[in-house]
Design a protein around this ligand. Structure first.
Ligand code: CUV
Length: 635
């Protein structure tokens, strides 16, 4: 029955169970939502003032303007750029949180945290131009945090954000500056979008969309600093072998599911779970504490600690139906409020931790960096208490799990390549791209969406591209989909890669000490870790002395849904990458907006959106985009 909704095999077991127990799934709620509002789908509904709501008649028979006179183009553009602003705000709040913690750590110390990766600190300091000679780790970390925070404070708009200008190739920065879309201050850029889209302000759709692109580039800025500072504090991911899907839950363990995004919380809970393992055993859990991940927190702890991934976005509440999750601990973003009601049907403790992300009907334990150890201890002990209340009769763990080799940060990729060519690590990759052994690179990012069969679009598009010898990187719930569905194993490389891609993956894999190829999909991390892919691309562009838009690199978000994903897709376009979206964006009521994003953007940025709901067709279009880039490069 679930085969219409999801290809995740554990859903075949849990969704019927939910039906039997009358527990609603996202797919039930989706069904109740039908028919969805056609005006909303086209993006032509305007609710930004109280003269409205206004809506434009797409058939040209009724209203062709809002009460204020705004056209469909203006309404759609305003709605879209507000989504980009919300996405940028989310990633950038995450980044700010980490930068503030690092500043605090460097000034006064924080019991639960340290600088785990000094090499990375030095590398970041040199990128940002922070003096390191004769200075202590603390002093350097302090200035790195300050420079990052300054990206939220600078008022001189001729000066771009440091993390923006110093991590992207000079050619691209110059181009984006000339187009007037270089962010000078993350907060100001987001605020500018809200202001210019207020009623009676910017009423030119092209100008609005450029403002949105600047917001998306602010999103990149907040994201890259979040990722790089996290690596400094928690370690830079290196390849690690783990498992994915709900079969990672253990019947005889206290299962703690970490869900959300920010490693500041999850890292400390992981530390405390190790410390308190004996208490769990004493409570009768013979296998101790089993920490598992959900969504992007899942990706964060998976890459840094090898903690198994339980599931991705769309099945987060259904995971509770296993009856084996003793606590679900959440912080920010992509947390379905429905986990509260499903949790209430079981013994599961749903624990919110952030002052501005609470869910009615759940327990709130307010987390702070200063009290991180105490709070994490409280969370772990509550999970052990919950375990004691678990009803063994209701435990239903699908025996579905796949091996996943994950942890491909930029540093990990470069060091694997360095095993082939220590002098010029990027050369083997560049040579393979030039020779056509690797046709191009595709970055898969984004969420799950009920409008698409769960994980299916990811799997279909990726198989097509792998067969065409395209190197694949993945982040977010897309990476979760690949991990759950067996695309991060060495066997999968042999099964799905074209011959020349397999040859390169094997060359690098064996040089790096694996017996056999790297997995076909390289897991780079969570959504904020999309910046890792941008850094790899920037390094390639600089090595070749070309602009980012010249490279045969594409991006794909086959199952996206969040505003964050809209922001990520938009900066991918601005950096020059043809970017596929597998869900029809809510912009089609404005042909002018569609034209700017799918056609004119190509002239301006080199990147453009490719909306395509059919996965095989999408893969064809992405492959054609790669071939076109190759042709222009003359390779
Ligand atoms: Ni941040 S944004 S559903 S958890 S990838 Fe997953 Fe990733 Fe989309 Fe959210």
């Amino acid at each position: 029955m679930t085969q219409n909704f999801s290809i995740d095999k554990s859903m075949d077991i849990l969704v019927p169970l939910a039906k039997k127990e009358c527990i609603e799934t996202p797919w039930d709620r989706y069904e109740k939502m039908q028919p969805q509002c056609g005006f909303g789908e086209l993006g032509v509904c305007c609710r930004i003032c109280w003269k409205g709501p206004c809506r434009i008649d797409p058939f040209g028979k009724g209203a062709d303007r809002g009460i204020c006179g705004a056209t469909a183009e203006v309404i759609v553009a305003r709605n879209l750029i507000r989504m980009q602003a919300a996405g940028a705000a989310s990633h950038s709040e995450h980044g700010r949180h980490i930068a503030l913690a690092m500043e605090h750590l460097s000034k006064h110390g924080l019991e639960a945290y340290s600088i785990k990766d000094e090499t990375k600190l030095m590398a970041v300091a040199s990128t940002l131009g922070v003096e390191t000679e004769g200075r202590s780790t603390q002093e350097i970390a302090h200035d790195v945090a300050q420079t990052s925070l300054n990206d939220y404070m600078n008022q001189d708009n001729s000066k771009g954000c440091s993390w923006f200008t110093k991590t992207l190739p000079a050619k691209r920065v110059q181009k984006l500056k000339e187009l007037g879309v270089m962010p000078h201050n993350i907060d100001a850029t987001i605020s500018n979008i809200m202001a210019r889209s207020h009623v009676g302000c910017d009423s030119d759709h092209v100008n609005l969309l450029l403002g949105g692109i600047r917001g998306a580039l602010a999103d990149y800025t907040g994201m890259v600093l979040a990722t790089e500072l996290s690596d400094i504090m928690f370690g830079t991911p290196q390849p690690v072998i783990t498992k994915a899907n709900l079969g990672v839950l253990k019947e005889n363990a206290v299962n703690i599911a970490l869900h959300g995004h920010n490693p500041l919380l999850s890292e400390v809970v992981c530390d405390m779970a190790i410390k308190l393992n004996e208490e769990a055993i004493a409570a009768g859990a013979t296998e101790g504490i089993n920490v598992v991940g959900v969504c992007c927190t899942g990706n964060e702890v998976m890459l840094r600690r090898g903690i198994p991934l339980a599931t991705n976005y769309l099945s987060q509440d259904i995971a509770i139906m296993t009856g084996a999750i003793d606590s679900m601990v959440v912080d920010v973003q992509c947390i379905m409020p429905s986990i509260a009601s499903v949790g209430a049907c079981f013994h599961t403790e749903i624990i919110t931790t952030m002052p501005d992300n609470k869910i009615t009907g759940t327990r709130h334990i307010e987390f702070s960096e200063e009290e991180a150890l105490e709070k994490a201890t409280e969370i772990v002990r509550l999970s052990i208490e919950a375990y004691k209340r678990r009803d063994p009769e209701r435990v239903n763990i699908p025996q579905v799990k796949e091996t996943a080799i994950v942890g491909f940060s930029k540093e990990a990729i470069v060091s694997a390549l360095a095993a082939v060519n220590p002098e010029e690590p990027l050369k083997p990759l560049i040579d393979a791209i030039v020779s056509g052994d690797i046709k191009g690179v595709a970055l898969f990012a984004g969420c799950n969406n009920v409008r698409v069969k769960q994980d299916n679009a990811y799997m279909t598009v990726v198989k097509e591209l792998l067969a065409q010898n395209v190197l694949v990187l993945a982040t977010g719930c897309g990476a979760g989909a690949f991990a759950k569905n067996g695309m991060m194993t060495q066997e999968a490389s042999k099964e799905f890669c074209g011959e020349s891609l397999l040859k390169i993956l094997t060359l690098v894999g064996e040089a790096a000490g694996l017996e056999g190829p790297l997995p076909p999909v390289l897991h780079m991390g969570s959504c904020v870790d999309n910046s890792r892919a941008a850094l790899v691309a920037s390094a390639l562009a600089e090595a070749l002395d070309v602009d980012l838009s010249d490279l045969p690199i594409v991006a794909s978000a086959p199952e996206l849904m969040s505003e964050k994903a809209v922001a990520i897709g938009s900066w991918a376009v601005a950096l020059g990458f043809p970017t596929h979206v597998g869900v029809m964006p809510q912009i089609t009521g404005a042909p002018g907006v569609v034209k700017v994003l799918t056609e004119d953007a190509k002239e301006l940025f080199g990147g453009y959106f490719i909306p395509e709901e059919a996965p095989v067709e999408a893969a064809n279009k992405l492959y054609q985009a790669i071939l076109e880039k190759r042709q222009r490069l003359g390779i």
